[in-house]
Write a protein of this length. Structure first.
Length: 341
């Protein structure tokens, strides 16, 4: 074998196994461009998202959950560092405004209970909001500001989909997040996240509802976590559903959907397939909607905007991930542990 191939093989083996003298820094689960994510950071997020009184997951279950959580934290850290480099870090005023928005629907006692249920303090929440808002500023600058939907784009979409704007009866534009108690091989959400049993499904849907209530984007969460193979990749969007179609649903489900105001979400609904959170995007009366209707133009503009945003955001995150220098020491430790048994 040529010597340069032998040297290359040895170098790759060193990078993968860390057997050439490189060891994990103390208490560091991963590094992103040399910035550490500690095991304490992971445990704190784990307590916030997964731990609950009386639950005792096996070691393998908790390790898997922490491994998946760390992957999310790594992606978040990559984006935060990019926001810092672009001088787009959220200000104190930004954080306070968002915090007040989240607190508005609750009394002080109710808000504290919400925090306690996620094992968070106000300072923890502020820190998370600063990161989230900074990343949103980054996306707005790098992605949103470059998306332009023209009148021509709107007209072409309308002409290609004119029949869909002819409502023969009142319709409801809905989206959903579905979590099932048994993993479906046809589900391909962005996180490849699937509940394995009813207990995991209930905990997952509760966590998602809490994140929605705290202001996270419904469509993004649906893309990342929903287990509906038909709608997850579209941000949970189910399109317009005729009111008559609700007659086939249970009376409780029909009553719930009709009572949800546009822009709002339901509580957790247990159905035959699993657990659902529904969002009513809009409600439309019967009749043909013409292109000059501002609601039609707005609907088309938002549809095209969301499609382009999802495409560009996905590509941006992949490029950023490829350019970052990430070392996942936790994953390496787990991988190496199998060789020591």
């Amino acid at each position: 074998m040529p010597r340069h191939i032998v040297v290359l093989a040895g170098t790759l083996a060193c990078l993968v196994s860390f057997s050439c003298g490189k060891s994990a820094p103390p208490n560091v689960a991963a590094t992103v461009n040399s910035r550490p994510i500690t095991y304490a950071d992971v445990d704190k997020q784990f307590q916030s998202q997964f731990a609950s009184a009386g639950e005792h997951p096996s070691d393998d279950q908790s390790q898997f959950q922490k491994l998946e959580l760390l992957r999310t934290m790594i992606d978040s850290e990559i984006m935060v560092q990019r926001a810092e480099k672009a001088s787009l870090v959220a200000t104190d005023a930004d954080v306070e405004a968002k915090l007040n928005e989240l607190k508005a629907p609750y009394t002080q006692e109710e808000f504290q209970r919400q925090l306690q249920s996620r094992k968070m303090t106000v300072e923890d929440l502020k820190a998370q909001l600063r990161r989230d808002l900074s990343v949103q500023k980054l996306f707005n600058k790098e992605i949103g500001s470059h998306i332009n939907i023209s009148d021509k784009d709107i007209g072409e979409f309308y002409n290609a989909n004119r029949a869909s704007f002819n409502l023969i009866e009142p319709q409801i534009h809905m989206a959903q997040i579905l979590v099932t108690p048994a993993p479906n091989p046809d589900v391909h959400n962005l996180k490849n996240d699937k509940a394995q049993n009813d207990e995991q499904a209930m905990k997952k849907i509760q966590n998602l509802l809490a994140r929605i209530r705290q202001g996270e984007d419904f469509a993004q969460l649906a893309q990342a976590y929903s287990e509906d193979p038909a709608s997850a990749q579209n941000g949970g969007d189910l399109g317009f559903i005729a009111e008559s179609a609700l007659e086939r649903a249970s009376p409780e489900l029909r009553k719930t959907v009709l009572a949800i105001p546009p822009g709002q979400v339901s509580n957790i609904l247990k159905t035959q397939e699993g657990y659902r959170i529904l969002k009513v995007i809009a409600k439309e009366p019967a009749g043909q909607r013409e292109l000059n209707d501002p609601r039609v133009q707005q609907t088309i503009r938002e549809t095209l905007q969301n499609r382009k945003d999802q495409l560009l955001r996905g590509a941006y995150v992949e490029v950023a991930r490829n350019e970052a220098k990430v070392v996942n020491y936790f994953a390496i430790t787990i991988s190496q542990s199998k060789d020591n048994k």
